[in-house]
Write a protein that binds this ligand. Structure first.
Ligand code: NOJ
Length: 544
């Protein structure tokens, strides 16, 4: 019954932010040996593959997403031999390992860029995107994701280079076949080394509109439309796909700007990659709280769009967002549990971000000195021009990526068992009560959900049908013979199915409280329930 080509349908991934996972040598920074040390923990959780955030050599302007050497591990994380050991140890335990493939841009310290900058006729000039400019006049008015122009002027050659992220992350010129050949060589090198696949970072931006394109901000994708899934990208993606297929690589794309309606073309059996992360679910109100209704609508939209063709990558937390337990939940463990049940049983491959499985929460920032993400620090300094310190800090930390980057809370010993010495970033002060040793209840729930995905074809590969789509907080769906009910809010949800449900035909297999399924139900705040249809035979036996 199991179709091997689609093995990842029953997989669950675990995202590791290596800098904050486990420090084995006491320098305050998590490392590769620390990950090896914790493999048994991950085995106990039951996940199938690990995604490591970037550990390549990097000046760390953007948490390692600014790579200065694609073939080297940054010293702070260890070395290549240790990484090879990790691959070996992980494979022994049947884990696959994927790493970020960051090829929209490099660091401005990458030797290609340093050469490219030197002169207009340098052989590496066309590895990047340069255009005539003056210090005051950029080639166009496009805006980068991190704010400000997408162009930075360089007086050596009186031209500006293009970057969709920070100015220290110049974009690579994918139109140049020589650049592409170098990238493909590098991809093969990693796959030959034993890496099992990639998370394709910012991949939907590798193609750009022509420079005279005028931003029409009222359209989808706002000011970023000139580099969001622009026509022509297909050619590059096909070349990538051929390499991935050759090695049977496991691939997940971060592809913002790919609309749900287009997603199946990326991820169906003829698509470029196995699955895609959508970013539309991260809907916030001005006060930073999550809009659960819009979150739910985004999930439903993507689930429906990739029902007949294609595959979703599912997630709640990641290294770019504050913790979902505080954003969409109310910080309580029960809200974290309801969210877990709501997304883990959808159609797609779920990812769990480190600490989510024990209910780790946002960090209570009191000073800007606690911030580590450079983008946030720059934003804070900018805001200080108009706001008092407390306001600026509040403004920045509402959405700060740093919330999710604090050290993993292993136990209640000093530094939460993450490091013997002062960590590179402060541990959340709640580590004495929220940690791997104490929080066994939410951890066990994750274990249970993972096992269900492994054991039940209906959950890994079955269809999906939604109920009460317009309800503000109830998230209810059917996966073949399973019915999943969650209330993603504090207040009660009254539900009335428009057909008759025979409670005795369903068995409760999970629930935040004991209950029987019926046509009319009231769910408590953050209640979750999973029912399984009893087969006719079993049912017959029971009533006989
Ligand atoms: C997406 C990554 O998740 C994020 O952390 C990074 O800043 C950008 N891509 C740029 O690489």
């Amino acid at each position: 019954m199991k179709n091997d080509k689609n093995y990842f349908h029953r997989f669950v991934g675990y995202q590791i932010y290596p800098k904050s996972f486990r420090d084995s040598n006491g320098d305050g920074v998590g490392d590769v040996l620390g990950i090896i040390e914790k493999l048994p923990y991950l085995k106990k959780l039951g996940v199938d593959f690990l995604w490591l955030n970037p550990i390549y050599k990097s000046p760390q302007i953007d948490g390692g997403y600014d790579i200065s050497d694609y073939f080297a591990i940054d010293e702070m994380f260890g070395n290549l031999d240790e990484l090879k050991r990790l691959f070996k140890e992980a494979h022994k335990l049947n884990f696959k390992i994927i790493m970020d493939l960051v090829v929209n841009h490099t660091s401005d310290q990458h030797p290609w860029f340093l050469a490219s900058k030197k002169s207009k006729d340098n052989p590496y000039r066309n590895f990047y995107l340069w255009e005539d400019a003056t210090a005051n006049q950029m080639p166009n008015d496009w805006i980068s994701f991190f704010g400000g122009s997408t162009w930075t002027f360089d007086k050596t050659t009186n031209q500006a280079y293009f970057h969709v992220f920070a100015k220290e992350q110049p974009d690579l010129n994918w139109k140049n076949p020589e650049l592409r050949a170098e990238i493909y060589k590098m991809i093969r090198w990693w796959l030959e080394l034993g890496l099992d696949g990639f998370r394709l970072d910012a991949i939907s931006h590798i193609q750009k509109k022509s420079w005279d394109f005028k931003i029409k901000s009222w359209r989808a994708n706002g000011p970023w439309q000139p580099f969001m899934n622009v026509t022509g990208i297909e050619d590059y993606m096909k070349e990538l796909k051929d390499i991935f297929n050759e090695y049977g690589a496991l691939t997940v794309g971060e592809a913002s700007g790919v609309l749900s309606s287009d997603a199946p073309n990326w991820t169906d059996e003829n698509g470029y990659i196995d699955m895609i992360f959508e970013l539309e679910q991260n809907v916030r109100r001005p006060d930073g709280s999550g809009d659960i209704y819009k979150f739910k609508q985004a999930l439903i939209r993507w689930q429906k769009a990739q029902l007949e063709r294609g595959w979703n990558a599912l997630y709640l937390d990641n290294h770019d967002q504050p913790r979902s337990i505080d954003i969409f939940g109310d910080g309580s463990e029960i809200s974290g549990k309801a969210l877990a049940v709501a997304y883990m049983l959808l159609r797609g491959t779920p990812f769990i971000y480190q600490g989510q499985e024990i209910g780790m929460t946002n960090f209570p920032f009191e000073s800007f000195t606690q911030l580590r993400t450079i983008e946030n620090i720059r934003h804070y300094k900018d805001l200080l021009k108009d706001l008092p310190e407390t306001e600026a800090l509040k403004n920045v930390t509402i959405n700060a990526r740093d919330h999710a980057r604090t050290p993993m809370q292993w136990d209640k010993t000093e530094n939460s068992g993450f490091s013997k010495n002062m960590p590179w970033m402060e541990v959340n002060p709640n580590y004495e009560t929220i940690n791997v040793v104490e929080n066994t209840s939410i951890f066990k729930l994750y274990q249970w959900l993972i096992k269900l995905r492994h054991d039940e074809f209906s959950i890994s590969d079955g269809l999906i049908k939604f109920y009460f789509e317009k309800h503000r907080t109830a998230f209810v769906y059917e996966r073949n013979d399973f019915l999943i009910l969650t209330n993603l809010g504090k207040t009660k949800a009254n539900l009335k199915f428009d057909f008759k449900i025979e409670g005795k035909n369903y068995q409760q297999i999970l629930g935040s409280k004991k209950c029987e399924l019926s046509s009319k139900m009231t769910l408590e705040g953050w209640e979750y329930q999973v029912f399984k249809k009893i087969s006719q035979e079993e049912n017959g036996n029971e009533t006989n």
